[in-house]
Design a protein around this ligand. Structure first.
Ligand SMILES: Nc1ncnc2c1ncn2[C@@H]1O[C@H](COP(=O)(O)OP(=O)(O)OP(=O)(O)O)[C@@H](O)[C@H]1O
Ligand SMILES: N[C@@H](CCO)C(=O)O
Length: 314
């Protein structure tokens, strides 16, 4: 579950006086998610998501995330839109944490990933890349390839308890990917975590994208590689080429990849697998087993990495 921080009715009422949305009729914690505390808030003016930022989100980055979401929403990408207070401020404080309100998006993640949902996902990702084009502030990818070695070091070899030899295996994979990491690919603002649980569907259509708190400035093709990892391994180990082709075709129906991006994609896929293997491993090692959050399996991304390593091309 992801409700780390709680607050009482009086604190919520005081927080809401800063907005023009009316008083709370109901406010319930949302179990899904691992990073932040999320509440579903109803007032007379509608339904909202109240997020209290925790853990990995740096407070100094919040204005960038909220500004980016407003920018995308204004350009037709359906995503949570931060609600401004009466004085225009987007970020407040509640329960001792930085807090923001965003619009509620109807819809649910797909239950079965098929070629149609992958095609729509690809097209939405390309639209998101295009819409971010004139959002100019840059934000470094804090989990980009330069961070992987330090993430592994911060696990102090504990991955070997999960799988014998994992630390050496990952260390060698990082070295190989880093040595060939492509420079100068087309870049801009990317979502960087567009997993199936962050894409909402309604009546068979992709209706909105949530969770922009890893968004950053990086290669567009790397964002595609993240999606290929997250969407195209139905059994968490075997790449489904039909799903992969559907993501790529959807993406290219909006923004064709250039030759350099296509040539680099396999390496970027290995990199994206390493990124989630490493952050999951870090969390595995640094989250007490009795903590309220469910730790995600790092080895699901070791298997994806191995699947990409076995391939000669896409
Ligand atoms: N704008 C929104 N509209 C509707 N539901 C939302 C919205 N934002 C968040 N949710 C709900 O809250 C849940 C958690 O949100 P989110 O994924 O942003 O959390 P998180 O803590 O950053 O988690 P993670 O990074 O693990 O995905 C979502 O799965 C969804 O059910
Ligand atoms: N999508 C990430 C979790 C953080 O958002 C993962 O599955 O490891």
């Amino acid at each position: 579950m992801a409700v780390y921080t709680t607050f009482d009715d009086a604190a919520l009422a005081a927080f809401l006086t800063q907005y023009d949305i009316g008083a709370a009729l109901a406010c319930e914690g949302i179990a899904e998610g691992v990073e932040n505390s999320n509440y579903l808030l109803d007032t007379a003016s509608g339904r909202y998501i109240l997020t209290l930022y925790e853990r990995r989100v740096r407070e100094a980055d919040l204005p960038w995330f909220l500004g980016y979401m407003r920018h995308l929403a204004a350009r037709g990408v359906v995503c949570p839109t931060p609600v401004a207070m009466r004085d225009g401020t987007l970020l407040g404080r509640l329960g001792g944490r930085p807090a923001a309100l965003t619009t509620f998006l109807p819809g649910r993640p797909v239950t079965v990933i098929d070629a149609e949902s992958c095609h729509q996902l690809g097209a939405t990702l390309a639209r998101l890349h295009a819409a971010g084009g004139d959002f100019s502030p840059a934000r470094e990818n804090e989990f980009g390839h330069r961070a992987w070695g330090s993430l592994l070091d911060a696990c102090h070899g504990a991955g070997d308890a999960l799988q014998a030899g994992l630390t050496d295996r990952v260390s060698a994979a990082i070295a190989a990917v880093e040595a060939a990491w492509p420079r100068d690919l087309p870049a801009g603002q990317i979502h960087a975590d567009l997993f199936p649980d962050n894409a909402f569907f309604r009546d068979g259509r992709l209706s909105g994208v949530i969770d922009f708190y890893f968004a950053c400035t990086d290669a567009f093709a790397y964002d595609v590689a993240i999606c290929l990892n997250a969407w195209c391994f139905p059994d968490e180990a075997t790449l489904d080429p039909v799903l992969m082709r559907a993501v790529l075709a959807g993406y290219e129906s909006v923004r064709p990849l250039d030759a350099a991006e296509r040539g680099a994609m396999l390496l970027l896929c290995r990199g994206a697998a390493l990124r989630f293997l490493l952050t999951r491993l870090y969390d595995w090692v640094n989250t007490p087993p009795d903590a309220v959050v469910t730790r995600k399996d790092p080895l699901a991304y070791e298997r994806r990495l191995a699947a990409w390593e076995r391939r000669d091309g896409l």
